[in-house]
Design a protein around this ligand. Structure first.
Ligand code: FAM
Length: 474
């Protein structure tokens, strides 16, 4: 059920803080913090009551397959901001991607005037309510106000060795910004548990605010002369300013970036980058330490790095067929796909640990392409791959899901706008993912979720278990 937004104009942060027995450290101009302080007590109380009244009830069982097989799909984690259905795909606070496109404010204003703003999505993820355009804009301004990097970060990025992967640079830069962690410094001073949420809130907004400049610096230093594409411009929104600093100054690309950040933000809690942030954060490591760890998980080729692998695979396909003088047809793509599979490699961008249909994040990117770049040759190639690959993977007979995932499409859109450096693509995924995992990290602290500590067993333990329970447990 959605909460109706109530104006908080008359509520001072101090008054709210006193009412809830906590001290507000600093104000922010967006109204987001005050709104969170309004809704937090009810959510805290509801979870406490649920644990007390229903805590003993069983919601899942675990097979030996799941235990050995990467804990696939075992329900064992609370994650408030999104929920995945294997067939329908992701819902963000109950909304599908088309519904987000229909309801969240765009940079131009109304939802139907463009793609949803990431700032609006952040509000939704945190507050479980659709913000107004004025609220989304106020959050843009708040993020701009927090964007200044600690002094040592830019020289550090400039000093990274040539050839260091952009994801290694991103993770290191986030770690380096940890010197500014409000959570770490307040914890060291002996802050109260009741204020963890507030320190996390400060770190969350600060780190999100600083990512565009960090990422633009990484891009410009890795591939160009190190000069930003444009100076930081507070008159734009988060995405528009980020694209200009990258040096990709095209309104179409800024629209793509808004959609890109929104759809990459959150995919419930069990995926590797989300789970890592949650796990590391559960030790009360601050948001910088937790987010940096999350980025390291995202940098794996079975996870976020797949988006760079996809473009590499598509370009490899184009080049190989060109060298052989063979036309790009469904048959020649099928033959190339089989060469990949027979070489013992996966087809990047296809398959998913949980989804069992075409990823709606793929579908919305396809629709973006149909609208903005229908005649682009790489888009046509991606479409033909889409026609044949589910059949190839079904014949291959291994993957449980022969359909494309989010990474199958994103590179082609980026390349259309002149973004050629595909080993950087996962950094953009990282900016999006930061929105989702940081929003949940805020709620982890607001709900006082505990240290995560599942149980592991040895294979000897399993052998004994099977001996003693030939039929398993009921
Ligand atoms: N091409 C070839 N084989 C594949 C495959 C693919 N695209 N997807 C799965 N398989 C194989 C898989 O390697 C496994 O083989 P073995 O039994 O020999 O180990 C078998 O099919 C069963 O795997 P599954 O149960 O269907 O999938 P998993 O849950 O184990 O793995 C993925 C899920 C995503 C890691 C897997 O589908 C994959 O490697 N896909 C390609 C990489 C990719 O696109 N990753 C990005 C996923 C994306 F959504 C994200 O996180 N950003």
């Amino acid at each position: 059920m959605k909460l109706a937004f109530k104006s908080n104009a008359t509520l001072s942060l101090r008054g709210l803080a006193q009412r809830h027995g906590v001290r507000a450290m600093s104000t922010d101009s967006s109204g987001l913090k005050a709104r969170l302080m309004e809704i937090m007590p009810a959510k805290q109380a509801a979870l406490k009551a649920m644990k007390k009244d229903h805590g003993h009830k069983i919601v899942d069982k675990v097979t030996i397959d799941q235990l050995i097989g990467g804990a696939r799909s075992i329900k064992s984690m609370l994650w408030e901001t999104s929920l995945l259905d294997p067939v329908e795909g992701i819902r963000f606070r109950g909304y599908t991607i088309p519904e987000l496109q229909e309801k969240l404010p765009s940079y131009a204003g109304p939802a139907d005037a463009g793609e949803p703003m990431p700032e609006a999505l952040l509000w939704l993820l945190l507050c479980d309510e659709i913000p107004t355009k004025a609220q989304a804009d106020a959050l843009s301004a708040e993020l701009h106000a927090r964007a200044k990097l600690p002094d040592h970060v830019e020289p550090m990025i400039r000093a990274f060795p040539k050839g260091m992967h952009p994801m290694t640079q991103l993770s290191s830069a986030i770690l380096a910004m940890q010197t500014d962690s409000v959570f770490a410094s307040e914890y060291a001073k002996g802050t109260s548990k009741a204020l963890y949420w507030e320190h996390t809130y400060e770190d969350m907004l600060n780190v999100l605010a600083r990512l565009p400049e960090v990422c633009a610096l990484i891009y410009r230093c890795t591939y160009f002369d190190g000069k930003l594409g444009a100076p930081y411009d507070k008159s734009l929104d988060y995405s528009g300013n980020f694209c200009q600093m990258l040096g990709l100054n095209d309104p179409g690309f800024a629209e793509l970036m808004r959609l890109y950040i929104v759809i990459h933000s959150d995919h419930e809690g069990g995926n590797a980058s989300a789970h890592t942030c949650h796990l590391v954060g559960s030790t009360l490591s601050d948001p910088y330490l937790s987010l940096s760890a999350s980025m390291n998980a995202l940098a794996g080729p079975l996870h976020g790095l797949a988006n760079q692998e996809v473009l590499g695979w598509l370009l490899g396909l184009q080049n190989t067929l060109k060298e052989k003088g063979v036309e790009v047809t469904p048959q020649s793509i099928t033959d190339f796909a089989w060469e990949t599979l027979k070489a013992g490699k996966v087809i990047p961008g296809y398959g998913h640990a949980v989804l069992r249909k075409t990823d709606p994040r793929y579908t919305c990117q396809r629709e973006f392409a149909l609208k903005h770049l229908p005649d682009y040759d790489l888009f046509k190639l991606v479409n033909t791959v889409y026609e044949v690959m589910p059949g190839v993977l079904t014949d291959h007979g291994k993957t449980k899901n022969p359909y494309p995932n989010v990474d199958s499409h994103s590179g082609v859109l980026l390349k259309y706008y002149g973004f050629d450096q595909y080993d950087y693509y996962t950094v953009l995924f990282g900016v999006g993912r930061a929105y989702g995992v940081c929003a949940q990290l805020f709620w982890d602290r607001a709900l006082s979720l505990p240290l995560e500590r599942p149980k592991s067993v040895t294979s000897e333990w399993l052998e004994n278990f099977i001996k003693n329970n030939p039929e398993g447990l009921n």
